[in-house]
Ligand binder design. Structure first.
Ligand code: AMP
Ligand code: TRP
Length: 329
């Protein structure tokens, strides 16, 4: 069976881009493949330096993933720091990637530039090596992610192939898979930028836990354009195309097909908002139930970590063996 792995960071609330670009596909995929999903709390340390923030966000994200439909009986859902092999393998992957390759990562360049005078950690730079460890530990065949993560999966492939040629067959070389509809959700206020937690204002971001009235308001105020024509064209009509893409992803149609049903922006905004509210209401309900039972949440995560470690520890041992590190006894 195809082994699939993807992860998400516990930084800020989960938004519609994460849901349509990632989580929803994980939920569908868990029944078709052997699915592993990590909440990558150590990745969040690249941009977090205040105490006490990452733990609660990790728990909330776990509840969100289960509420969104990941079934702990079917998929393996774990917290990265509960599986120490991630940190251990990441040193090996760091030693298998070059400074030049890491320097070309667009996410690093963007994030480092945004932080300007702020502290830019070495971890922000070596982050793709940790991500490669996340993937390679599980012998993942496929990594479903949004378009923005393609480069990180490609560097993982390069790392795997380089390691295999240096030390012999060790890692499965993973493929990136990007979903068809909803692969890229952009900011409702700034439709040329991807919907992202790091955006300046919340007005363009729809959070999974937003109240229905707040969601409708954000859609009603979505930035469009002034030519008044409903047409799917990302380049010249980014705002309208984003609304079409969201509505299409919620209703299982193609954006072009959806465009044919509208001649005005008002009804399109309203229907896109309604479709999102309908999609999110049951998820919000399950989230509140789960957050009311912390003991159960911890139990589910412990179980996920045990299942993850079973696979990860074998891969790490194989890696050490193939390098020829001296065994402790
Ligand atoms: P992040 O929020 O950056 O930790 O991303 C978690 C997952 O959501 C990754 O697979 C991303 O590719 C995906 N993702 C994040 N933002 C978007 C977006 N605006 N549209 C589509 N997918 C996204
Ligand atoms: N870097 C990814 C993001 O920001 C999160 C991530 C970490 C990830 N490790 C991963 C995604 C492994 C897929 C596979 O979205």
């Amino acid at each position: 069976m195809t082994r699939v792995l993807s992860c998400i960071q516990p930084t800020g609330g989960v938004h519609l881009g994460n849901y349509l670009g990632a989580l929803r596909n994980w939920v569908i995929g868990q029944h078709e493949c052997d699915a592993f999903h990590g909440i990558v709390d150590l990745h969040a340390l690249t941009v977090t330096d205040r105490p006490g923030l990452v733990g609660p966000s990790t728990l909330e994200l776990a509840a969100t993933l289960f509420a969104g439909g990941l079934d702990p009986e079917v998929a393996t859902v774990f917290v990265q720091s509960h599986v120490p092999e991630h940190s251990q393998l990441s040193w090996i992957t760091e030693c298998t990637v070059s400074y030049g390759e890491l320097s070309r990562m667009t996410q690093f360049k963007d994030k480092a530039a945004k932080r300007e005078a702020d502290f830019v950690s070495a971890g922000l730079f070596t982050y793709p090596a940790l991500q490669a460890a996340d993937i390679l530990l599980y012998d993942a065949d496929e990594v479903p992610v949004g378009e923005d993560q393609r480069q990180h999966v490609e560097i993982t492939r390069d790392i795997a192939m380089r390691f295999n040629s240096r030390f012999g067959e060790t890692f499965v070389v993973p493929k990136v898979v990007t979903p068809k509809a909803g692969a890229k959700v952009t900011d409702l206020q700034e439709p040329t930028a991807k919907m992202s937690k790091s955006s300046n204002s919340d007005a363009g971001i729809v959070y999974l836990l937003d109240e229905p009235a707040a969601i409708m308001k954000k859609f009603k105020r979505a930035v469009t354009d002034s030519d008044g024509e409903v047409r799917f064209d990302r380049a010249t009509k980014p705002g309208v195309s984003n609304l079409l893409e969201i509505l299409a992803a919620c209703t299982g149609r193609s954006p072009a097909e959806v465009a044919g049903s509208y001649s005005q922006y008002g009804p399109l905004k309203n229907d896109a908002g309604q479709a999102v509210v309908e999609l999110l209401t049951p998820i919000q309900h399950r989230y509140r139930e789960l957050m009311g039972d912390r003991a159960e949440l911890s139990r589910l995560l412990r179980r996920g970590a045990d299942k993850a470690r079973e696979v990860a520890s074998r891969t790490l041992q194989r890696t050490y063996d193939n390098i020829g590190l001296l065994p402790p006894n």
